[in-house]
Design a protein around this ligand. Structure first.
Ligand code: KE4
Length: 420
C-alpha cells in the first residue's frame, strides 16, 4: 500500500488519520507522506521513495535518524527492562548530566513530553508564587495544556485557529498575551498586573510561527521586568535546548530563567520532557513540596538511555559549528536564488534551524509571519517533496539541518529550489 491508501485506512480509526494535527498536511494540502524507515539524513517512504529529511521529527533528531550509538543504547536498556516505575541509577546519572550541562538547572524533574514539562512549570510557578496569572506571547506554542492553548503557534496556526474548543474560558482568562518581541507590551502587562503574575513564559528563540529570533534586549528586558514584580521567567526550550550548543539557549545568551523546560533533543527520539531550574522553586514539587506532578513512565530507562547517549555525543562531538555553516549555506543560497528569480523570500536561520518566509522583509512576530505568502510556501513544499526533500508541512514551523546532513544535501536542496 502507498501513502494515499494508508491515509484512507488510518482515517477510519484515527481522528483525521493522524496522531498529531500538523502531520495531516492541512497547511500545505495533499496527502501526508507515510515514512517507513530512516537512517542519517534520509527516510524511506511507503511510496518507495527516498527523501532527505529537513523536518527531523520536529526537532529531536539532531543526530539524524537511527544513529547507531543511540539505537544500541536503546536496545541494551530495553533488554534490561522497559520500565520499572521505580528509581534507577540511570535516571540519577541523566539528571546529573543535564544539570552539569545547564548550570541554571540546579535540579531537574523528568516527564514524558514537552507538554507535560510546560504544564508542570506553570503549575510550579503558580504554587511557588501563590499567584495565578500567566503572560505568554502570540505565536509561541507550549504544548496542548488548556491554559496555553491561546494565541498559540505550530499546529494551531496551521489549522488557522489560535485557540482550541473544549478549553474552559476560566483557564485562559488568566493568560495575558503580548506580541512576540514587543517588550513594551509585556512590561505594560507586568506594570498593570505585576502583583498577580505568576510567570512569563517564552520560547527564547521562537520556532512555532516559523523561526523568529528575539530582538536585542527582548529577553534581557523580560528578565528585568519579571524580577521587579516577583514573577518567574520560564524559558520553554523544548525546541531550543541543546539545539545551538551542548546546553540551553538561556545559558548561551546569558539570560538566566528561573525555570526551563526541555524536550525533543534530550530524548534523542524517545519520549522525554524535563523541567528544571532554581533549587528553591524546584523543591516545591511533590513529594518535597505541595505542587503535585507525577508520571507512570517518567524517567523511563529506555528513554533515558536514548537521551543520555544523545547528550553525550553532542557534548563530545559538538557538531554545532558544522550545522551553523550548513545552515548558513542553505539560507544564503535560498535568498540568493529567490533574488535571482525576483521571488519575495527571506530565509531565517540560526544554527541548523531555518524557515523560508515567503515575504521580503524579516519576520519579527506572528503578524509578520501571517503576512507571508502561504500558498507559495505550499507550492515550495510540494516542489521540494517532488524533488526528494521533506520539509515541515506548515509555513509556521522550523526546519532542521542535523549533524547527519552534509554539504551535498544542502547543494542538492538548493539546486532543486532553483527549479521552483
Ligand atoms: P510535545 O508535547 O509535543 O513533546 O512538546 C510540546 C512543545 C512545547 N514547547 C515547544 C516550544 C514546542 O515546540 C512543543 C512542540 N512542538 C511541535 C512542533 N513545533 C510538536 C509537533 C506536533 O505538535 O506534532
Amino acid at each position: 500500500m502507498d501513502s494515499k491508501a494508508w491515509f484512507e485506512r488510518a482515517k477510519q480509526v484515527i481522528p483525521g488519520g493522524v496522531n498529531s494535527p500538523v502531520r495531516a498536511f492541512n497547511g500545505v494540502g495533499g496527502t501526508p507522506v507515510y515514512f517507513k524507515s530512516g537512517k542519517g539524513a534520509k527516510v524511506q517512504t511507503e511510496d518507495g521513495t527516498e527523501l532527505v529529511d529537513f523536518c527531523g521529527s520536529w526537532g529531536p533528531l539532531i543526530l539524524g535518524h537511527a544513529r547507531d550509538e543511540v539505537v544500541e543504547a536503546v536496545a541494551k536498556a530495553a533488554a534490561d527492562g522497559l520500565t520499572f516505575g521505580a528509581n534507577t541509577a540511570k535516571e540519577a546519572e541523566f539528571a546529573e548530566l543535564v544539570c552539569s550541562l545547564v548550570p541554571e538547572m540546579e535540579m531537574v524533574r523528568l516527564v514524558s513530553s514537552g507538554t507535560e514539562a510546560v504544564m508542570t512549570a506553570i503549575r510550579l510557578a503558580r504554587g511557588y508564587t501563590g499567584r495565578r496569572k500567566i503572560v505568554k506571547f502570540d505565536g509561541c506554542y507550549h504544548g496542548h495544556s488548556d491554559y496555553l492553548l491561546v494565541a498559540s503557534g505550530s499546529g494551531l496556526l496551521t489549522g488557522g485557529i489560535s485557540s482550541s474548543a473544549g478549553v474552559s474560558p476560566a483557564a485562559t482568562a488568566e493568560v495575558f498575551v503580548a506580541p512576540y518581541n514587543d517588550l513594551a507590551a509585556a512590561q505594560e502587562i507586568l506594570r498593570n498586573n505585576g502583583g498577580e503574575i505568576a510567570a512569563v513564559i517564552v520560547e527564547p528563540i521562537a520556532g512555532n510561527m516559523g523561526l523568529v529570533e528575539p530582538l536585542p534586549g527582548f529577553l534581557e528586558g523580560l528578565r528585568t521586568a519579571t524580577a521587579e514584580c516577583g514573577a518567574l521567567l520560564i524559558f520553554d526550550e523544548v525546541i531550543n535546548g541543546f539545539r545551538l550548543g551542548p546546553t540551553t539557549y538561556g545559558h548561551m545568551c546569558g539570560v538566566k530563567a528561573d525555570l526551563t523546560t526541555l524536550g525533543k533533543i534530550i530524548g534523542g527520539g524517545m519520549p522525554i520532557g524535563a523541567i528544571g531550574g532554581r533549587r528553591d522553586v524546584m523543591q516545591k514539587l511533590a513529594p518535597l513540596g505541595p505542587v503535585y506532578q507525577a508520571g507512570t513512565l517518567s524517567g523511563n530507562p529506555v528513554a533515558v538511555a536514548a537521551g543520555m547517549k544523545t547528550l553525550e555525543l553532542l557534548r563530545d562531538e559538538s557538531p554545532y559549528l558544522r550545522m551553523e555553516i550548513l545552515g548558513q549555506r542553505l539560507a544564503k543560497g535560498l535568498n540568493r536564488i529567490a533574488a535571482e528569480k525576483g521571488m519575495d523570500l527571506h530565509c531565517a536561520q540560526r544554527g541548523g534551524m531555518f524557515t523560508p518566509f515567503f515575504r521580503k522583509a524579516p519576520v519579527n512576530n506572528l503578524a509578520d509571519a501571517k503576512a507571508c505568502d502561504i500558498p507559495t510556501h505550499a507550492r515550495y513544499f510540494h516542489h521540494m517533496l517532488d524533488c526528494g526533500f521533506y520539509t515541515p508541512p506548515s509555513a509556521f514551523e522550523v526546519a532542521f539541518v542535523s549533524a547527519a546532513h552534509a554539504e551535498a544535501h544542502i547543494d542538492a536542496f538548493l539546486e532543486a529550489f532553483g527549479k521552483l
